[in-house]
Structures are given as structure tokens and as C-alpha cells.
Design a protein around this ligand. Structure first.
Ligand SMILES: [Fe+2]
Length: 290
């Protein structure tokens, strides 16, 4: 693992997925402050690959927070009660006997309804079930690039409408569920607010364009009728979730995963009823999408 030699500069090892979307990073210790050149390499790999996994990093919660702050300030997490004494850490816990739908089961980009949605989400696994529980990622850059120039031009001026209403609204899916859930979700009419963002956003680091919409949080397109929005968004959602744009992440215990919400959407798979799954999550603040 170590490539130290007489105090020589460390260099991380980045192993891209064969598809070019997603990568695994080794050769560093996230539990300690990263030297500036290493942090720079991590940030560059994250921007380039979209989803980066760090196997064998069983961080304490203090270390998870410290690593997050090296990436940037914490994002704001609404609608879910954070851990006691750790306002910036969410515990994603699903007990073995829990029957409620697993958290994050629909395609989304985290908190895209915020004025400034989080740039990164960081997840650290603690207890991984023996079956199920994968996280799937969609490369929204590649999905955009695969569209015809004609459709790209049609989408360029559009503003998509985002809202947390479907999951977190007073009539949302979490408000209606009856099965017991360990995570404490706060539903409200506050969640029904809407916010527009460019339907196609430009990545602030790479300059690449990506579709910035998701079935969970995008509720329409500004200036279009409901039927028109449904037709366009419906087509795009179907287009985006083709296998060729998807990367499947299989978890191990003690792994850190960091993804870029500005160019990906993700979905948490279930399939582990009867087994505890326990993770901890932070977010890194982002910019206003342009
Ligand atoms: Fe999520």
C-alpha cells in the first residue's frame, strides 16, 4: 500500500472502472489529513471519474468528518434527523427486521431541490449485508453526450423544476408509509417548495455538460405543460438508466465512497431484508448550478 521512500512524495493509485465511469483509489490513508498534493489528486480523480471508492478505510466518525472538510464545507441536510452531537452526519441504518422500503430507492441526485445542491456525498460503510444493498450510479455526462445535437440544442435553454415534495412533502411517500423505519424522516409542507435549475448543467471543474434531472426530485420543466414535461422527462429518464451509462457499486465493510452529485444520479438497491445495513453519510457544499 505504501509508496513512501525516504520521505518521497506519495502518489495515489487510481484504478478506473473499465467503462471509464467510476474508479477505485488506494495508496492513501483517509484517517489522516491528506498532504496537499494527495488531496489534489483525490479531487482530480473525483471530478474525472464521478464516483470514487476507497476500500479498506474504516474511518471513525471524527475522521469521516475531517476528510469531508478537506473536500469542502459541509452541505446542509434537510428532512432527516442527524446523529446526536453530529449535525453533519446522517446515520443510514436499516435493521434486520425492518420492513420499510430501503432509503434512497429511487433515482436521484442528492438534494437537487436546494439552491446550492451538495457537490459531493460521502458514505462510509460499517455493516454490509451479505446480499443486496448495491448502489447504482448513472453517468449523466455520458447520457447527455449520447443525445443528438438537435435534442441537446432543444434542451439547452430549459429550466427543470426540482422539489422534495414526492418523498418528503406532507402528502409524500415518507408521510404515507406505515411500516416502522429506524431513520427519523421529517416530512412537511416546507418540502413542497420548488426551485429551478438548468436542465443541462456545466461542471465547474471539467467544463463538461450533464443532464441535471432525476425521477425523484424533478417535477417538471418550466414553460411546458404537464403533458409536455412528462413526455420529455420520461424520455430522458428512460434514456439515462440504460446499462451503458450505469456503474454498480458493491460494498465492503470499512469502505468510503464519494460521488459527484453534479454529474451523476444514484439509486440504493434493497434485497437485504433480514440483515442489518449501517452506513454514515456526509455531504460537501456545492455551487449554484449553471
Ligand atoms: Fe442519495
Amino acid at each position: 500500500m505504501s509508496d513512501e521512500a525516504g520521505g518521497a512524495q506519495r502518489t495515489i493509485a487510481v484504478a478506473p472502472q473499465p467503462t471509464g465511469f467510476g474508479a477505485s483509489i488506494t495508496g492513501l490513508d483517509l484517517a489522516k489529513p491528506l498532504p496537499a498534493p494527495v488531496l489534489g489528486e483525490v479531487k482530480a480523480a473525483w471530478a474525472r471519474h464521478g464516483v470514487v471508492a476507497f476500500p479498506g478505510q474504516p474511518l471513525s466518525l471524527d475522521a469521516l468528518e475531517a476528510f469531508t472538510l478537506q473536500m469542502g464545507p459541509f452541505g446542509k441536510d434537510p428532512f432527516i434527523k442527524p446523529m446526536a452531537g453530529r449535525p453533519n452526519v446522517l446515520e443510514l441504518r436499516r435493521e434486520a427486521d425492518e420492513k420499510a422500503t430501503n432509503f434512497g430507492a429511487g433515482w436521484h441526485s442528492d438534494w437537487s431541490f436546494q439552491d446550492q445542491p451538495p457537490a459531493a456525498t460521502i458514505l462510509r460503510s460499517e455493516v454490509i449485508p451479505p446480499v443486496g444493498g448495491d448502489t447504482l450510479f448513472c453517468d449523466c455526462t455520458r447520457a447527455y453526450e449520447a443525445l443528438s445535437p438537435t435534442l441537446q440544442a432543444m434542451l439547452a435553454p430549459l429550466q427543470a423544476i426540482h422539489s422534495a415534495a414526492r418523498p418528503y412533502g406532507a402528502q409524500g411517500s415518507f408521510a404515507k408509509e406505515t411500516a416502522q423505519r429506524t431513520m427519523q424522516i421529517i416530512t412537511s409542507i416546507e418540502a413542497e417548495k420548488t426551485r429551478t435549475h438548468p436542465l443541462v448543467r456545466t461542471h465547474p471543474v471539467t467544463g463538461k455538460k450533464a443532464l441535471f434531472i432525476s425521477p425523484v426530485y424533478t417535477v417538471g420543466v418550466e414553460g411546458l405543460t404537464g403533458a409536455e414535461s412528462d413526455a420529455i422527462l420520461g424520455y430522458l429518464f428512460k434514456h439515462m438508466v440504460q446499462d451503458r451509462f450505469i456503474c454498480r457499486h458493491r460494498w465492503q465493510a470499512g469502505m468510503v465512497l464519494m460521488w459527484d452529485n453534479r454529474r451523476t444520479m444514484h439509486l440504493a438497491e434493497g434485497g437485504y431484508d433480514g440483515h442489518l445495513r449501517l452506513m454514515h453519510r456526509t455531504t460537501v457544499a456545492g455551487d449554484t448550478p449553471v
